[in-house]
Design a binder for this molecule. Structure first.
Ligand SMILES: C[S@@+](CC[C@H](N)C(=O)[O-])C[C@H]1O[C@@H](n2cnc3c(N)ncnc32)[C@H](O)[C@@H]1O
Length: 203
């Protein structure tokens, strides 16, 4: 019971902190924590934020002094210094729109979530599809040496996803930031030091 209470307090803590600091989502703290640990984004970087709405991650990246291109299937209210593109990251036309703004990015970050069905396996597989779509975009636009962060809901495909992503990065690991809810299935793949692989861009 006391454990439950502590968990709730912590969730509320990030909710209220977000309100206090003017962030549009408590998710902002996940990126702040990951960036502190892994040094993913620096001043003047060009950053692509996929699944960006309502905009907490984009706010954090803009505050870091980076240039942000944000993409979401849903609308997002404007943020100073952030270019917003409306689009579905699983669609080729969205990749074309992204490339039309900038041909190369220092970091690609993705916090996209599917519409939750409540079925653990279905939600896991939908989230794997989004993570693969983000990775596909990253393979096209990430500059060599660039960084990649993507959310995935844990489940049976997780090791397969890791094996697909890992050859492309010098440093790679799954990480759960403190600001993630403890009961959440979400985990983030962190890839640093992107390298292009031969014959890897067939799709
Ligand atoms: C958890 S929210 C992202 C929160 C954001 N990082 C923040 O800090 O405000 C997940 C987002 O993924 C978006 N999304 C889901 N599927 C998508 C898709 N196929 N293409 C683009 N965005 C998608 C949703 O519309 C939603 O805005």
């Amino acid at each position: 019971m006391a454990g439950q209470r502590r968990k709730k307090d912590r969730q509320d803590y990030y909710y209220w902190e977000a309100k206090k600091k003017g962030y549009r989502s408590r998710a902002a703290f996940k990126l702040l924590q990951m960036n502190k640990t892994f040094k993913l984004i620096k001043k003047k970087n060009r950053v692509l934020d996929l699944g960006a709405s309502p905009g907490g991650w984009s706010q954090v990246v803009a505050e870091l002094g980076a240039e942000v291109v944000a993409v979401d299937i849903n609308p997002m209210q404007s943020i100073d210094g952030v270019i917003f593109l409306r689009g579905d990251i699983t669609q080729d036309e969205t990749l074309e729109k992204i490339k039309a703004v900038l041909s190369e990015y220092d970091a690609v970050i993705c916090d996209a979530s599917p519409k939750i069905t409540g079925n653990w396996t279905v939600d896991h597989l939908l989230s794997v599809d989004l993570a693969r779509a983000a990775f596909r975009i990253a393979r096209h636009v990430l500059k060599p040496g660039g960084n990649f962060v993507v959310k995935v809901f844990q489940g049976e495909e997780i090791q397969k996803v890791f094996n697909e992503f890992k050859p492309y990065f010098h440093f790679k690991k799954f990480h759960s930031p403190q600001a993630s809810r403890k009961r959440s299935a979400e985990i983030y793949f962190i890839g640093k030091g992107f390298r292009r692989l031969k014959n890897a861009l067939a799709r």
